[in-house]
Design a protein around this ligand. Structure first.
Ligand SMILES: [Mn+2]
Length: 366
């Protein structure tokens, strides 16, 4: 069967799963990222075009990263926090970029959605869903959604094209992380319709002075254990910051695997990143959170949560110690002795010389 035929079959089954549902709620994961938001918007537009249903998009948590907040504004994502919605008024439910019982979405316990669209590994609970389309070979759920829109011969407007493009771009770090041919194809086909001024508004969104303060203390709290790093952020108001910082720390040339943790309201948040293409980050994070938490992810990136009250004593410090031990084992850290990232380099060391050279030679760039 040709790809387009398969897409059309999938489209028919997707729409059939929603048949008769007057009001549908599409849920992303909590603390939604651009891939999740773009996918949810695409699903809403597609269903509302084809069915008489009314579709709303809800999420738990907050939209944390300033880039993500800027995206909501720039491409007008009609997403609403769950606290604003009355779940009893919906007959239909869908999950995008997440699955039932992953611990990272706010689907009420015991509720089986009608539709699940995702690119994370398939979960047992998802098999009970009327229509589930879970394709781990896709770098972004937004790519899958783009293919649905194509199958439906949906004419995208600039905002939707820009949202999907940015969803794919940010999820795959510009097609460099876990992107496949299908992601490339969607990216290229969307490109002529993208408003790059909006992309710029998103990617270079202004940040507050507090943000730099947070960044500074995060760097000060990053420790190296040979070729792996751990950053403890302590209490954070925005769990997205874990993921953002983890991406940044992984750029440290001597680092192979990076873990960032923080906590809020009794929950520990974890992000894991690896440079290894078949890094099994998803599996590793599962072992790190253990029975105290839930986790999910792909090969090179993963995230999880753990409940602080499952540790004895039920404190962040205890949880951190346990999680750190597991992480160093799972990541096969070359050292158990921590060195602070920002520790002053020993005088006369190669590193100190390099730093001195960099400072002396740094051109004044405009
Ligand atoms: Mn995704």
């Amino acid at each position: 069967m040709k790809i387009t035929e398969m897409s059309r079959t999938r489209l028919r089954r997707l729409l059939r799963a929603f048949q008769g549902r007057e009001r549908i709620l599409v849920l992303t994961h909590d603390y939604p990222d651009p891939d999740a938001m773009a996918s949810a918007v695409a699903l809403k537009r597609l269903v509302e075009r084809r069915l008489p249903s009314q579709v709303e998009i809800g999420f738990g948590g907050i939209v944390g990263r300033v880039e993500n907040q800027a995206m909501v504004k720039a491409v007008k994502c009609p997403i609403r926090p769950l606290t604003d919605l009355d779940l009893s008024t919906y007959q239909g439910f869908a999950l995008v970029d997440t699955q039932p019982r992953t611990g990272n979405n706010s689907l009420p316990a015991g509720k089986v959605p009608d539709v699940v669209l995702d690119h994370h590994p398939l979960r047992r609970e998802t098999r009970r869903v009327k229509f589930h389309d879970v394709r781990t070979r896709f770098g972004a759920t937004a790519t899958m959604m783009y293919e649905y829109l194509r199958a439906a011969r949906f004419r995208l407007d600039t905002d939707l094209a820009t949202a999907l493009f940015y969803g794919i771009k940010s999820e795959t770090q510009g097609l460099t992380r876990e992107a496949t041919l299908r992601d490339r194809e969607a990216y290229i086909r969307l490109l002529p319709q993208v408003d790059f001024r909006k992309i710029s508004d998103i990617e270079y969104a202004g940040v507050s002075r507090e943000y730099f303060g947070l960044m500074g203390s995060a760097l000060a709290n990053t420790k190296l254990y040979g070729d792996v790093t751990i950053t403890s952020l302590g209490e954070i108001s925005n769990p997205d910051f874990c993921a953002e910082l983890c991406d940044m720390i992984l750029r440290l040339e001597s680092t192979r695997v990076a873990l960032c943790v923080g906590h809020n309201s009794g929950i520990m948040y974890l992000s894991l990143r690896t440079r290894e293409r078949s890094g099994h980050a998803g599996r590793s994070i599962g072992r790190i959170v253990g029975k105290e938490g839930k986790a999910g992810g792909h090969g090179m990136m993963a995230g999880g949560i753990a409940r602080l009250d499952k540790f004895d004593p039920p404190k962040y410090e205890t949880a951190l110690k346990v999680v750190k031990g597991r992480f160093l084992d799972v990541a096969e850290a070359k050292s158990r002795v921590p060195t602070p990232l920002l520790e002053a380099l020993p005088a006369n060391s190669a590193g100190a010389k390099r730093l001195k050279e960099l400072r002396a030679k740094a051109p004044v760039s405009s």
